[in-house]
Design a binder for this molecule. Structure first.
Ligand SMILES: [Zn+2]
Length: 422
């Protein structure tokens, strides 16, 4: 409204100006050579105004003509973006709905409109994977990996494919490349850990594992793989110190100390391990080389002094006392054990042995023996090293199950019950 009033005022001023000049009169004269042109001053003003308006309009038209291709291109681009975005949305919906064929059509449309961007390539790969076309998916991941901005996405996709088809060396190489592209990605750490376990690369698995007791089996496994004796010894010590209750580490550490001539320190390691978790293998190593039955009882008492009331402690001392003819001591330990509710088959068999040793061949002794044997048959089986994955029994601990090839599943425990030690 305000602007219209200004225009009106300007128009009125112009018209009255021209009329004033027309009343004023006067001539404008052009002389070109011999020709002389005379114009009234007002006509000259009108002519000049018309000339100015024509020139101005002509130049504006020329400018618009020059900008025309650029504008058309922008309009086309906006149109493509709009169509491409719509196709992307439809592809996402198709992927979420689990319809790979529709997703592939929409992704192809989106790629036609938007080109190979990180989004279109990622969706293309996902759609191809959903359709079971792994090679086409790999091609999209390779294109993603070729671009520095989306390199990690591409490598991650290729890594997952390698893991899926069980190509562990390729997977490990890709994991290292992905780590270089995106250092410190949490997801990658987990994946590298899984790969290290798969590849039986225990040192790498140890380096990636969170601090704590779960490091002990990995450190021992790395020690078993280590060719250098000093480094192996250091890893065994680390395994024992990380988890003294992990028997295989204590055994390896104590053996190494004994070989190095530190018998006293080896004994101390086994005593500490027994205190953390009594285990018959600890006793076997502790008593190795000791033949005298009475000395064996004394040594066993020294070993178990940190946990004298534990079922394994009572069983060990009871059995050795029987062998040393210390029947009173043996009966005390074994009957306490039988009454504790923690006894397994071994305790009742030891009691039967004790009856046999004590009673010689009397009818009472035979009756007592068969009573203990019956209880042995009903009792829980003795514990052993078992795979938590396939249930196979093994003579000792191993980093991976020889039967089913699963890593980290062999544990000490009773058959049919949950493993009690990793
Ligand atoms: Zn197994």
């Amino acid at each position: 409204m305000g602007r219209a009033l200004i225009y009106l005022a300007l128009l009125a001023a112009g018209v009255s100006g021209i009329m004033w000049m027309a009343r004023l009169g006067g001539l404008v004269e052009f002389a070109v050579g011999e020709i002389v042109v005379q114009l009234p001053f007002s006509a000259f003003l009108l002519f000049a105004a018309a000339l100015f308006a024509t020139l101005h309009l002509g130049l504006a038209g020329l400018g618009a003509l020059r900008r025309w291709p650029e504008r058309a291109r922008q309009r086309r681009e906006a149109e493509h973006r709009l169509l491409g975005d719509a196709a992307l949305t439809r592809a996402l919906v198709a992927l979420a709905a689990g319809t790979p064929d529709l997703a592939r059509i929409e992704v192809a449309r989106a790629r036609r409109h938007l080109g190979d961007t990180a989004q279109t390539l990622m969706l293309a790969a996902e759609a191809e994977r959903l359709a079971g076309r792994e090679e086409a998916a790999a091609a999209a991941f390779h294109l993603l990996a070729a671009n520095p901005d989306s390199r990690f996405l591409g490598l991650r996709g290729l890594l997952r494919q390698a893991i899926q088809r069980g190509d562990w060396p390729t997977a490990q190489r890709l994991a290292r490349e992905a780590e270089a592209a995106q250092p410190g990605a949490a997801w990658l750490k987990q994946e590298r850990e899984t790969l290290a376990l798969r590849m039986r690369d225990w040192r790498e698995a140890l380096a990636l594992a969170p601090a704590g007791a779960q490091q002990a089996p990995l450190a021992l496994a790395a020690a078993m793989q280590e060719a250098d004796a000093d480094r192996a010894s250091e890893l065994e010590r680390l395994a024992f110190q990380t988890d003294p209750a992990f028997t295989p580490a204590a055994l390896a550490h104590a053996r190494r100390l004994r070989e190095a001539g530190s018998a006293r320190r080896a004994r101390q390691v086994l005593e500490d391990a027994w205190k953390a978790r009594p285990h018959p293998d600890l006793a076997a190593l502790y008593l190795e080389g000791e033949a005298d039955p009475l000395a064996r009882v004394r040594a066993a008492e020294q070993l178990v002094h940190g946990q004298p009331k534990h079922a394994e402690s009572r069983l060990l001392v009871g059995r050795l006392a029987t062998a040393a003819a210390l029947t009173g001591r043996a009966r005390q330990e074994l009957e306490m054990l039988a009454g504790s509710g923690e006894a397994d088959r071994r305790a009742f068999l030891a009691l039967s042995d004790l009856e046999e040793f004590e009673g010689r061949d009397t009818p009472e002794s035979r009756a007592a023996q068969s009573r203990w044997l019956r209880r042995a048959a009903e009792a829980a089986p003795e514990p052993g090293w078992r795979c938590g994955q396939c249930g196979a029994e093994h003579g000792g601990w191993a980093p991976a199950c020889p039967a089913c090839d699963t890593a980290g599943m062999i544990a000490w425990g009773r058959g049919g019950s949950a493993p009690t030690q990793s």
